[in-house]
Ligand binder design. Structure first.
Ligand SMILES: Nc1ncnc2c1ncn2[C@@H]1O[C@H](COP(=O)(O)OP(=O)(O)O)[C@@H](O)[C@H]1O
Ligand SMILES: [Mg+2]
Length: 263
């Protein structure tokens, strides 16, 4: 380890091991990839604590990284976990086989919905998320430049405050399941056989079924419409609804995508 400070116990465990830095995530976390482990370093935060807690609870329930060690030191948190193998769902190989990709994504969502949530230690229901959204709005933490162009301004909401009040006044009915919380393609891994594992679980917990459907649908769209640079024809994000066996709930899709604009 050069130029990277680690808490002493982790330093002892990782000293000399080769790693590369992963820059795919959008958060401010630093992610170091070792041959069979991954170290996620980020400023101390409730979601970092929640990720460690839910990884422990998920062990044996769904394929996800195993927690090896979680430490906090001088304002930073260090989460060491096992490495998940396979291809990210946004890998070219999968985007070039859209029918298979959509079927696999639906399989991953069904797997989450089949988990018994009665002992889940984390709740991510609408009121929990709205309270966090309110804190972010009141403290000027919403990054408008990272939102969809139509959300704010002409034809959209005037401000994050106005959007928050609309969300608070238009809460859709609640259908709780185990929700990943950031069900976008780089957080879902597939192997040749099926689901390799789900990662980036800091917002996971008991939440509404449509929270993940909305983000999965948007992520599929953004991976083919040029948002991330590449336009791909032949991928229809709406195929996800058929694969899931659900009728699109336009109201919930909109509510969850708008909520995500405040995070
Ligand atoms: N346990 C893991 N196994 C394999 N890859 C991982 C693991 N954790 C993180 N990664 C890789 O690092 C990227 C970013 O990590 P992630 O936890 O998703 O952070 P962010 O919050 O920045 O998106 C992931 O998209 C994935 O490519
Ligand atoms: Mg991620």
């Amino acid at each position: 380890m050069e130029q990277l400070w680690l808490p002493p116990a982790m330093e002892r465990r990782l000293r000399g091991a080769a790693y590369s830095e992963n820059t795919i995530g959008l958060s401010k976390a630093k992610v170091l990839m070792f041959s069979d482990m991954v170290l996620k370093i980020q400023p101390e935060a409730p979601w970092a604590d929640r990720e460690a807690a839910i990884l422990e609870w998920l062990a044996g329930r769904i394929p996800a990284p195993e927690l090896i060690e979680y430490e906090k030191c001088d304002g930073m948190s260090y989460l060491l976990m096992t490495r998940i193998y396979g291809r990210m769902a946004c890998d070219d190989v999968l985007l070039e086989q859209p029918e298979l990709l959509v079927a696999r994504l639906a399989e991953a969502l069904h797997m989450l919905w089949n988990v018994d949530i009665s002992s889940c230690p984390v709740i991510r229901d609408m009121d929990t998320e709205l309270a966090e959204a309110r804190y972010r709005v009141e403290n000027g933490m919403v990054e408008i430049e990272r939102t969809e162009p139509e959300t704010f301004g002409a034809g959209g909401f005037q401000s994050p405050e106005e959007l928050l009040v609309w969300l608070e006044n238009n809460k859709p009915p609640y259908d709780p399941v185990l929700s990943h919380g950031d069900f976008c393609l780089p957080n879902i891994f597939f192997t040749e056989e099926g689901i390799g594992g789900l990662i980036d679980l800091g917002d996971s917990g008991v939440g509404d079924r449509w929270r993940d459907i909305a983000l999965c649908h948007r992520s599929l769209r953004h991976n083919v419409d040029g948002t991330f640079g590449r336009i791909r024809r032949g991928v229809n994000p709406d195929a996800l609804f058929d694969a899931l066996g659900v009728t699109p709930d336009k109201e919930k899709l909109r509510w969850y995508l708008l909520l995500d604009e405040l995070f």
